[in-house]
Design a protein around this ligand. Sequence first.
Ligand code: NYM
Ligand code: MG
Length: 219
Amino acid sequence: SSSSTSGRGAFIVFEGLDRCGKSTQVARLVDKLERDGHKARLQKFPDRTTAIGKMIDAYLQSKAEMDDHAIHLLFAANRWECAAAIRRDLDDGVTVIADRYAFSGIAFSSAKGLPFTFCLPPDTALPLPDITLYLTLPPSVASQRSAFGVERYETVAIQTAVREQFGLVANEVKKRHGDGRWVEVSAEGSIEEVESRIWGLVDSVVNGGVDGTVGELWV
Ligand code: NYM
Ligand code: MG
C-alpha cells in the first residue's frame, strides 16, 4: 500500500510468558506483512548469534552461571548492539517485529528480586516500540506444551512470578508512554484465532498509524 512505502516503518514488539505461542505468531505476522507488500524484518531477543548472545544462550541453557545483575546487563547490552540497525531499518521504511524486548528483561529480572530502579535504566533511550502486544496464556496451559521446562525460568512458579511483574511493566509503559503503547491479547485458542486477533490490532499500525520519528524508551 502507498502508506507503507512513504513513511517510516512501524516498530512492533511481542511479549509474553515462555511457550505462549509468541514465536509462531511473530513468524506468521512477518510472512503476512511481506505477502501484503510491506518490508518487514524479524528481530529476536535475545539475539543469540552475537558474542553477547552466546553468553546469554549458555546461561539460559544452564551451561553457565551468572550474577543476576550481570546477566540483566548482558540482556540489555544485547539490545543495544542491535539498536542502531533497528533505527536504520525503521527510517528506511522497514517494519521491525521484535520477539521479546526490554519488557522481558525487566519482568524476568524483577521476578528474581532485582528492583525496578536497577532494571529499567540500562534500556533507557532504546528505540520506543510503537505498540507492544502482550500475549496472555495461563502458566498452567503453557506448561503442558512440548519443550516447556527445557530452559532456565521454565517452571510454573517462575512463570507466575514473571506474569505478575509483566503487569507492573505494563503500568510503567502506560504511565510513561500512554495507554495505546501496550495491548493485551489472549493467546488461547487456535493459531488462526490468535493470528486474527493480532492482525486486527496491527493492521492500523502498519497501514499509516505511525507518524513522526521513533521515540526513546523511558524518556
Ligand atoms: N529473557 C529474555 C530475559 O530474562 N531477559 C531478557 O531481556 C530477554 C529478552 O530469556 N525465558 C528470558 C525470557 C525467556 C528467555 O527467550 C529466552 P526466548 O524467547 O525463549 O528465546
Ligand atoms: Mg523460551
